[in-house]
Design a protein around this ligand. Structure first.
Ligand code: B3K
Ligand code: ZN
Length: 888
């Protein structure tokens, strides 16, 4: 069992520059099926900006040191020492070495075992091919090194392997040499002219299919583009390639950023802990974010591939050219790059739809994290395991903070800030503070108070009240802000919150905004909330307006304003801000759901409020609204987001209320759903233009209401969509709806689907997921059989996520079964996984984080499992951190 005193915590305040710098890194990889030999030649020099030190300490884990030399001199055992995490060289004991003045070369040779590396960190094998994952601290599993982002070096890499089995040998930068060797082996040498930290190192070796293309940059350079995939998957790569070219063009156009190397490679692997990795010039991707063909991938998958390809590409500037000084600064590159990919996707698709989707992630996941035991500021102050801090807070809330600069400074001001950031810091490893300074200086804008978004965790709450004075034609807004205590933080200081708003007249038109005093508190339609309590007086307001607050979700906060049903229906119908239009609908639905919960609480019969029918009908038949927007607006609020609206939840009532509302809407508008389904569902030639995508999304939601009726006719429609569709979007929608229904032949359909798609891993994952998320009762038994299925593989994170992750994260009814079997199942899987793949096991453990939200019995059952997890022998620090923090 791990105890808190045996686990070191790292603190941001303890940052010290590295005592030694590594100017050059030469690596030789000798790859064999059952082991690899890595020889490293590092040109080291004492860091003039650090405390001098007589010992050189390098990180290294799971390495077998075979040889060690300094300046060609073999070291004796008294001159160095290794333990499970480090190599220490006593430089003062090395003869004739003036290590304080001169640079020197350290050569180490180590043996590693990629073939048994199941952590998917460091060098490992995926489907018979070598690949690497080094961020955050995986490079130390490859060789002894100063494995920290502020140590940047020029890398030259030689790879040697059997030619037939591994015809492609790839690393960062440009290939400078290759050739044949004896014994059927060959080699390649790669040189990366850009200094980079070890976390951006990559190596791939294997036999791939290759898709080649090129991109002409704005300055006229021709860049080779290459996508490497498993044999047979070539026709699933064209979308990724097209996405890459779009991303390259977009970054030139919007940020003036051009690609810097002559070649850009993407390698897709089936076994990967996350989505993808931005290694310099050699991105490594989870297949899920490269492969896409309409037969096997949904419209959403296509959008996700485009977004992740763009995200990793954008990292070349925001992350690689300018990187992080230390891992506490992770949001410097991740928040910024997520913001960039969100803007990119919005430009390719639809701004409102994209915004709504992004906010849904914040509300369902980030608000939960911010209110739970893992709450941390976007720039954390401490961690046990860095990999646990690749979170929705660092990424998505981080992106919201970047978005606020964009809102406050405007697109032009933001661009000036970015330009200055690159001008000052290109080639450096910097901090979030450096980014804020660039924004501040480029715009002469005071961001002193705004900086609190980096240091304070928790979701701020805004409570707004208003008074209208008809006589003086003025409207007064009173705004209060608070921020809840989070682990280790209380008494928060007020944030600078941009509150975008509109005041709607009777026709739904926006009234001009003008403050009676302090005009600096309003920029355009942005109200600057900076104090705990503030009042704003708007003048020349001729009639009592309806308030549209926090338009476009202008800050990651919870907004409380006491809307009545009439106002919400009005906003739903008229708000010119599409985000708030959607929001009003969601608030209407949420109010009804909570009302239905209250009725159950009081032992009353649930009443369906008929006023909803009109609002929904209007939306359904609107000719001006986009189909994807309609689909979002017709989808009931996510249960996870609803849970975050209350202190403690009666989950059983909430689920009953949610289902009741869905079914009532289905019944009341049965004909409408059918008519719109039929008008939007097409069986003819498959098309993937915006209109067709929107129609599929809209039709899918209509079908979901029809299936909620539980009538044979509706089931027939879903079955027919599943069996007769010529694209995965429609097929998956049909499959999911049926798997989550009481349709009696659903098992047969599942079996047939598997038969049809068993050779397409990514489709098999959809099949797993649709069953693991079935809220109906025998699902717990079903998931027990799914993990025994031949297609399931505990070592493959995509499979684990598709079954265990989906069950625990997206099947509230079954995961939170009253008998606790859902919790037992999850804990069992964590026990099987924690030593195989600590990162993925830790992610799963996070499903227990919100235990305090539930009833006493569920709380007890969840804590029991968390305690059991903490008792496990040799528990990984990844899982330990999550479980111990959860129990607090
Ligand atoms: N930077 C990587 C994530 C690395 C996660 C390490 N556990 C992918 C990305 O954000 O683009
Ligand atoms: Zn990223």
């Amino acid at each position: 069992m791990k105890t808190s005193d045996s686990i070191p915590v790292k603190y941001r305040k303890d940052y010290k520059p590295s005592a030694y710098l590594i100017h050059e890194t030469k690596l030789d990889f000798d790859l064999f099926d059952d082991h690899s030999i890595v020889t490293a030649r590092l040109k080291l020099q004492a860091n003039p900006n650090a405390d001098p030190s007589d010992s050189l300490v390098l990180d290294g884990e799971e390495l077998k040191l075979l040889e060690i030399f300094i300046n060609g001199q073999k070291l004796e055992s008294a001159q160095y020492e290794t333990d499970s995490e480090q190599l220490t060289v006593w430089l003062d004991k090395v003869h004739n070495l003036n290590y304080q003045q001169n640079s020197f070369e350290l050569m180490t040779k180590v043996r590693i075992y990629p073939n048994t590396n199941t952590s998917l960190e460091g060098l490992y094998l995926s489907n018979g091919k070598f690949c690497t994952q080094c961020e955050a601290e995986g490079f130390r599993k490859i060789t002894y090194y100063s494995d920290r982002p502020d140590v940047m070096s020029i890398f030259t890499v030689r790879i040697e392997a059997a030619q037939q089995k591994y015809p492609h040998l790839l690393s960062n930068g440009n290939q400078t040499e290759h050739g044949k060797l004896a014994n059927g082996r060959h080699y390649a040498i790669w040189h990366d002219p850009f200094r980079k930290p070890s976390y951006l190192f990559a190596l791939c070796a294997g036999n791939y299919d290759l898709l080649e293309d090129h991109f002409k940059t704005q300055s006229g350079r021709k860049i080779k583009l290459e996508i490497y995939v498993d044999k047979g998957k070539l026709e699933q790569c064209h979308h990724a390639m097209a996405s890459l070219k779009k991303a390259m063009a977009w970054d030139e156009e919007v940020f003036g950023l051009e690609y810097d190397l002559d070649i850009y490679m993407v390698v897709a692997v089936g076994d990967f802990n996350m989505g993808a990795m931005e290694n310099k010039g050699l991105n490594i991707f989870n297949t899920k974010y490269v492969l896409a063909h309409s037969d096997t991938a949904t419209d959403q998958d296509f959008e996700d591939v485009e977004a992740v390809i763009a995200h990793e590409y954008f990292h070349n500037w925001t992350g690689n050219r300018v990187t992080c000084r230390d891992w506490f600064q992770l949001s410097l590159k991740e928040g910024l790059t997520v913001f960039r990919d969100q803007q990119f996707t919005a430009d390719q698709t639809d701004h409102a739809v994209k915004r709504i989707e992004d906010v849904k992630v914040i509300r369902s996941h980030q608000f939960a994290e911010d209110a739970g035991p893992m709450a941390h500021p976007i720039r954390p102050d401490s961690y046990i395991e860095m990999n646990n801090f690749y979170t929705v807070t660092v990424y998505n809330k981080g992106a919201e903070i970047i978005r606020m600069y964009h809102t406050l400074l405007g697109a032009g001001g933001f661009r000036h800030g970015m330009d200055l950031y690159f001008e000052r810091h290109d080639g450096q490893a910097v901090t979030c503070e450096d980014f804020v300074c660039a924004m501040e200086d480029a715009n002469e804008y005071d961001l002193k108070q705004f900086r609190r978004w980096y240091s304070q965790a928790g979701t701020p709450e805004l409570t707004v009240t208003s008074e209208y004075d008809e006589l003086h034609r003025k409207l007064t807004l009173h705004v209060k802000q608070t921020c809840p205590d989070t682990p280790g933080q209380s008494n928060k200081q007020p944030f600078h919150i941009p509150l975008k708003l509109g005041l709607l007249d009777k026709e739904g038109k926006d009234l001009p905004l003008q403050l009676a005093a302090n005009p600096e508190q309003l920029t355009g339609d942005i109200l600057h909330i900076t104090q705990l309590e503030q009042s704003f007086e708007f003048t020349e307001i001729a009639q009592q307006p309806v308030l549209s607050l926090l338009r476009n979700f202008s800050a990651p906060v919870r907004l409380h304003y006491d809307y009545n049903d009439h106002e919400l229906a009005f906003l739903f119908a008229h708000d010119s801000d599409p985000f708030n239009q959607w929001e009003a609908g969601q608030r209407l639905f949420a109010r009804v759901i909570w009302q239905l919960c209250a009725e159950q609480e009081a032992g009353e019969v649930m009443q369906f409020p008929l006023h909803l029918v009109n609002a929904v009908q209007n939306l359904l038949s609107s000719e001006s609204l986009d189909g994807r927007f309609k689909a979002l607006a017709l989808t009931l609020p996510d249960i996870k987001a609803l849970i975050e609206e209350v202190e403690r939840v009666n989950l059983d009532h909430l689920i009953v209320a949610h289902n009741f509302l869905k079914k009532e809407l289905a019944c009341q508008l049965e004909m409408d759903w059918l008519v719109h389904y039929q008008a939007n569902h097409h069986v003819g030639k498959f098309q993937q233009d915006k209109t067709s995508i929107a129609q599929r999304a809209f039709a899918g939601v209509c079908l979901s209401y029809l299936v909620a009726l539980e009538k044979p006719k509706a089931y027939e429609l879903a079955v027919s969509q599943l069996l007769n569709s010529n694209n995965m979007t429609d097929a998956e929608t049909g499959l999911k709806l049926l798997m989550h229904s009481n349709y009696e032949d659903k098992q047969q359909l599942a079996d047939d689907f598997y038969q049809k798609w068993q050779n397409e891993d990514l489709v098999v994952n959809k099949w797993f997921m649709s069953q693991a998320t079935d809220p109906s009762d025998p699902t717990i038994e079903r998931v027990e059989t799914l993990i025994e299925h031949p297609a399931f593989d505990l070592k493959n994170p995509n499979k684990v996520r598709a079954v265990v992750g989906a069950f625990a994260g997206a099947n509230l009814a079954q995961f939170h079964r009253k008998d606790g079997q859902g919790y037992v199942f999850l804990a069992e899987q964590i026990k099987r996984l924690y030593s195989v793949n600590p990162q993925t096991a830790a992610r799963l453990t996070g499903a227990f984080n919100r235990w305090k939200k539930f009833d006493d019995e569920r709380q007890r059952l969840m804590c029991e499992q968390l305690q059991g997890i903490l008792q496990l022998p040799d528990l990984s620090k990844d899982v330990y951190e999550i479980a111990s923090k959860a129990l607090g």
